[in-house]
Design a protein around this ligand. Structure first.
Ligand code: PGA
Length: 252
């Protein structure tokens, strides 16, 4: 049975003290819950990863990074390597978020290198894909997502690919307050699972967790997560408050 996952993408938010408070609150709440087959992942900014992995040692959540570079070491000023994340006991890493594609010009090919480098260190990539508004409106969205997957992930062997988590994040829904409807999310998730099935076969496709992201919150999570191919969420804004984030975790 594939895993249900709720991952919080904090983006570039919180002071150190606020981060400590939020992580502790979430850890305390999770402590009182009995989650079955649900994994909670917190992705704070890089300077707080060690704090998060320290707290995670005695708590029911995993830690993810928001970004990584594709080499293990070298003259890449400002970058963080998968090896460094591994040393911090980070388990997941977001790859291909639309903000990285847009503001930092990350291409499908460049992202393929990050996926490879993470897998080499046994860190699970949360691979993000999704179309922009004009691509949705002109009906090009299936093709866009297909290309993103083909160029960044379909070079992997089935043994490698099965370790991935996919996040469908329509760019027009991110931070806008306009989420994809449950039907739109289901349609795309089923399409993605179909592509994976064509490429890697049904057992693997059935086992891959596909998360939805984009204005997912405590109000709409239950309906989104009840779709057969939606296995959880990658949550931005609504992951910054413990009560709301926990409510989302409870939405399966
Ligand atoms: P949002 O962001 O929930 O604030 O829309 C989601 C994301 O960017 O991962």
């Amino acid at each position: 049975m594939r895993k249900k996952i709720v991952a919080g993408n904090w983006k570039m938010n919180k002071t150190f003290t606020e981060a400590e408070e939020l992580i502790t609150e979430i850890a305390d709440s999770l402590d009182e819950m009995e989650l079955v087959n649900t994994t909670v992942v917190l992705c704070p900014p890089a300077p707080y990863l060690e704090l998060a992995t320290d707290i995670a040692q005695d708590a029911a959540f995993k830690v993810g990074a928001q970004n990584v570079y594709s080499c293990d070491s070298g003259a890449f000023t400002g970058e963080i390597s998968p090896m460094m994340l591994k040393a911090l006991e980070v388990d997941y890493c977001i790859v291909g978020h639309s903000e990285r594609r847009k503001y930092f010009n990350e291409t499908n090919l460049f992202l393929a290198g990050k996926v490879d480098a993470l897998l080499k260190q046994e860190i699970i990539p949360i691979f993000c894909c999704g179309e922009i508004l004009s691509e949705r409106e002109s009906g090009l969205y299936f093709g866009v997502v297909r290309k993103q997957l083909e160029e960044s992930a379909f070079h992997l062997s089935s043994g490698e690919f099965k370790k991935l988590v996919i996040a469908y994040e329509p760019v027009w829904a991110i931070g806008t307050g306009v989420n994809a409807s449950p039907e739109q999310a289901q349609e795309m998730h089923a399409f993605i699972r179909g592509l994976i099935c064509e490429k890697y076969g049904e057992p693997l496709a059935k086992d891959i967790s596909i998360l939805y992201g984009g204005s997912c919150n405590a109000q709409n999570a239950r309906e989104l997560f009840s779709q057969p191919d939606v296995d959880g969420g990658l949550i931005g804004g609504a992951s910054l408050k413990s009560a709301e984030f926990i409510q989302i975790v409870l939405s399966f």
